[in-house]
Design a protein around this ligand. Sequence first.
Ligand SMILES: [Zn+2]
Length: 395
Amino acid sequence: MIKAKQLVSADKAPWSSGDPIYIIQDAAVVVKNGIVIDVGHWDDVKKRYATEEVWDFGDSLVTPGLVDPHTHLLFAGSREDELERKLMGETYEEITRKGGGIYKTIRETKNTSTEQLKRLLEKRLEIVAKFGTTTVEVKTGYGLDPEEELRLARVIHSVRSYVDVVSTFLVHIPPHNRRDAYLKQIIEALPWAGTKYVDVFCDTVAFNVEETKTVLKTANALGYRLRLHADELAYIGCSDLVEELPIDSLDHLLHSPPENAEKMAKRGVVATLLPVTILALRTQKKPPVDAFRRHKVPMAIGTDFSPNSWCLNMQTTMELAVYLLGLTPLEALMGATANAAYSLRLTDRGVIAPGKVADLVVWDVPNYHWLAYEIGRNKTKAVIKRGAPIYLSSS
Ligand SMILES: [Zn+2]
């Protein structure tokens, strides 16, 4: 049984701004075999479980474990040199067209052994857990040939970690001069991906709407769930695809027309916002948060960890969601818990309630406002996965 000063959780997912929320002062959570079996006020719960061992975090906040619904966690090498180039005025598109960006990472990943890639991924999963992430989505996407993409999918599936991994096969970027042949090969490889999701980078430097539709239609027919990188660098109609395909989540949305929020709401599509990438792109564009709020589109947030935006920390993502995008601290927390889980259609986590997986974070702060209010410190005190601590702060 865990004792907390404050417990905050949605009562259901998805959660939209204005929906009910549990904020319990002096709370208790009871866990058995990795599952939450009771939650409520300390005074009430302790009567029902008088003999239970107590973990006393009576001065701390407890929330659901964080879920990071959008990462490119699996690649080799790095691109720190491109930061200076961007600061000198080169755009992400220009760097990519000159063979840098994604193409550089693809070369470095190809030259790295399967064992080494697995170790890199496991190391990164260890780091995310320290910041409170207990479930993370991981994409392929640095293959550029179907065999290599399938190798990356196998690495994701073979990884050993306390953090749960949701796998996505990402159709990331076309090779120069042979995009039609590549697309055909990718579609032939799709049945072997074995991932939960198929995702496409639909944008000016990547795949157009027609190509994206072809991939997603095939993936849908094969039984994969769908998500989409949409409207990140420009609006070319990618987010409109929610009207034609059962897409769970549209991600980025920096250039989305606000009226598309209504289309998303009608189809139950999550807007997964990636504020760290906005910094990395050095753009002034922002997603239409007010329209999402107005139409009750559930907003999730993710790190978008990649060689272009190197951030493994969901706390930074929450802080930027508030200070950069204007989400409230509560919206940011729901975006990192209930709605992030819903973005991945995981119904057994993201909220603290009887019957749900006991993934919890104990925070070294007294209330949820602090999670976004204080910038830059790792605020986790204990990270609990299926009822067992996987990280304890030494301070
Ligand atoms: Zn991405």
